[in-house]
Design a protein around this ligand. Structure first.
Ligand code: 3IO
Length: 334
């Protein structure tokens, strides 16, 4: 009898310990707009795994790819309102909302997602952009430099004239300046536009040839390396403030590492996607003639001037920010 009593007591304590641990599990929702196969969602799953591992399961993240919780255009507002705890947004989808950090979507000659992601990270650390004051920024990253994918070959700027090309934010301006007809849709609405033939091309990083199977519709590519699309992963501020310090520490330590991981994943994945597109669909790559590249660079300078003017009207030290971008870029390119 005594033994049974002791055993019962031990079990009671074990159970109550378990229950208490259970009660302390923090569940967070993480919203993303594009399909699960795409790089923003691949990095989301990696982020989830790292957080769960590093908090010993104290934090559980439920992921919602494909716009099932929040869409591309209401991501920022949705997280601020608390509809999702965490959300992944593209700054280019909401022109005017991010006057400082869109410095990183200017055609500044980034050659990799890794370098551009690190530069974006450093700019956040140095300037604490006011436009993100209402959320906690968990990590940032960018796509790889944008290239053209099209139904018909684009071998010169002349071939681009009047062609409807899906491109958002600064990328849309680039298409416009170079004589194309930009269609400003987020990536989540792009498959339909391509399949219906509303858009006859796309200006973004090449990995979507595989991840969204665009190679089936767009068998031609043109290397331009114009700009990158900057992303931010943000958390609802009240939710952030409610987290225990040791959990906050896990997130804070993960931010830069996650940016680097995503940049690297993107750069490697581009090569894989190009191989897939070539093998499966005979995807063909072109480069623009040097004189067209020079002309494009000359024409696109106005975007940098325009960004500076807009940033200055917002009271930002535009020239200093731009010089820092160049400085960080040189640092990480080494
Ligand atoms: C992108 C966005 C969602 C899924 C895959 C992607 N590859 C590149 C981007 C960049 C972007 O935001 C865009 O609209 O081209």
């Amino acid at each position: 009898v005594k033994r049974i009593l002791v055993l019962g007591l031990v079990m009671f304590f074990l159970c109550s310990l378990c229950l208490r641990a259970e009660a302390k599990v923090i569940k967070l929702s993480y919203a993303n707009f594009p399909p699960a196969s795409t790089f923003p969602c691949v990095q989301m799953e990696r982020f989830k795994q790292e957080v769960e591992k590093r908090t010993n399961g104290q934090v559980i993240i439920q992921t919602y790819p494909g716009g099932t919780l929040l869409g591309a255009k209401n991501m920022f507002r949705g997280v601020i309102a608390g509809q999702a705890d965490i959300g992944c947004l593209v700054m280019s989808y909401q022109p005017g909302v991010f006057p400082l950090t869109t410095v990183c979507e200017l055609p500044l000659g980034f050659k990799s997602a890794k370098v551009a992601s690190m530069v974006l990270w450093e700019i956040f650390q140095k300037y604490h952009p006011k436009e993100f004051a209402r959320v906690k920024v968990l990590t940032v990253f960018t796509s790889a430099p944008s290239n053209l994918m099209s139904k018909k070959p684009i071998k010169s700027l002349k071939d681009l004239k009047g062609v409807p090309i899906r491109a958002a934010g600064a990328a849309g301006k680039i298409v416009e300046i170079l004589g194309g007809a930009p269609i400003a849709l987020p990536m989540s609405e792009t498959p339909e536009a391509i399949q219906k033939g509303v858009a006859k091309g796309l200006l973004t990083s090449f990995e979507v040839l595989k991840d969204l199977n665009f190679a089936a519709y767009l068998p031609y590519g043109t290397i331009t390396n114009f700009q990158v699309y900057p992303f931010a992963v943000v958390m609802n501020k009240d939710k952030w403030n409610s987290l225990p310090e040791r959990i906050k520490k896990v997130f804070n330590e993960l931010g830069k590492e996650q940016a680097l991981w995503t940049g690297r994943y993107m750069d490697n994945h581009i090569q894989e996607a190009l191989g897939y597109a070539k093998k499966k669909y005979g995807f063909k790559l072109f480069t623009l003639p040097q004189q067209d590249m020079d002309l494009a660079r000359e024409k696109l300078k106005i975007l940098i001037d325009n960004w500076k003017k807009r940033a200055e009207t917002k009271g930002l030290p535009a020239e200093k920010i731009l010089q820092d971008v160049y400085k960080f870029k040189a640092k990480y390119e080494q």
